[in-house]
Design a protein around this ligand. Structure first.
Ligand SMILES: [Zn+2]
Length: 235
């Protein structure tokens, strides 16, 4: 009996140490992402660190279902800006350019918010931002002031180990996750907002800026997720 208890205790310790490990790796990715955004790290160094940290997560997390949920509750792909997804353009984009990146490797998904107060004109509530698939939060920022020049505002990066891709959600009003949080597809992670250098301006209708990235040579490279968004489940 004693022996069994000991084995149980050791297993429990191993599991919690393991969870702690993944969380601290996510926190390191978050710090690295902030340095990339602010341009306070050399590119080669950033790339090297990113590869190392990602390999640590990849080997240690294995969660689920690759199917996608549409990232805005109560909305569907008709809310995506442009025509048939032509708002997406990744030419010249490089993750390591941080806040100075070019192109728009994303889809802007617009909510009904004529007076730009961040409240949905139909439901009279904020619009929930949902994780598109099972994954783990690897970076986010809940700090943004109108004077900030950061373009993403309050943003979230989620890594999806099953498919090896990242999803990115920007301009949120409030975020409800932190690095290391494990998510199920459809979990509420934020509420749509107007944070970010350009999203805050009057000329910008309220939207979620949504991107998806593959890992190429250890770094995130955007791809067009339009078809996946169209086929995703509406919540
Ligand atoms: Zn955008």
């Amino acid at each position: 009996m004693k022996k069994l208890l000991l084995i149980f205790a050791i297993a429990l310790f191993a599991i919690s140490a393991f969870a702690q490990d993944v969380k601290s790796t996510c926190q390191k990715i978050n710090e690295l992402n902030n340095r990339v955004l602010n341009g306070t790290i050399k590119r080669a160094n950033a790339a090297k660190q990113f590869k190392t940290l990602l390999a640590q997560i990849k080997g240690s997390v294995s969660i689920g279902n690759p199917a996608w949920v549409f990232p805005l509750k109560g909305y569907k792909s008709s809310a995506i800006g442009g025509t048939n997804g032509n708002g997406y353009s990744d030419k010249g984009y490089n993750y390591l350019d941080g806040n100075k990146h070019t192109a728009h490797p994303a889809h802007d998904i617009f909510i009904n918010d004529k007076n730009q107060d961040g409240i949905d004109d139909r439901s009279l509530k904020p619009v929930d931002v949902l994780a598109v698939a099972d994954g783990i939060v690897v970076a986010c920022s809940n700090d943004w002031e109108p004077a900030s020049t950061l373009r993403g505002g309050k943003f979230i990066w989620v890594y999806h180990p099953t498919t090896g891709i990242f999803s990115y959600y920007a301009h949120n009003q409030a975020i409800f996750v932190q690095p290391g949080d494990e998510l199920k597809a459809g979990d509420k992670i934020a509420e749509v907002g107007r944070t970010g250098l350009n999203a805050y301006k009057k000329r910008s209708p309220t939207h979620l800026h949504f991107s998806a990235f593959k890992i190429v040579n250890g770094l995130p490279v955007p791809f067009n997720p339009y078809q996946q968004l169209v086929k995703s489940t509406k919540k």
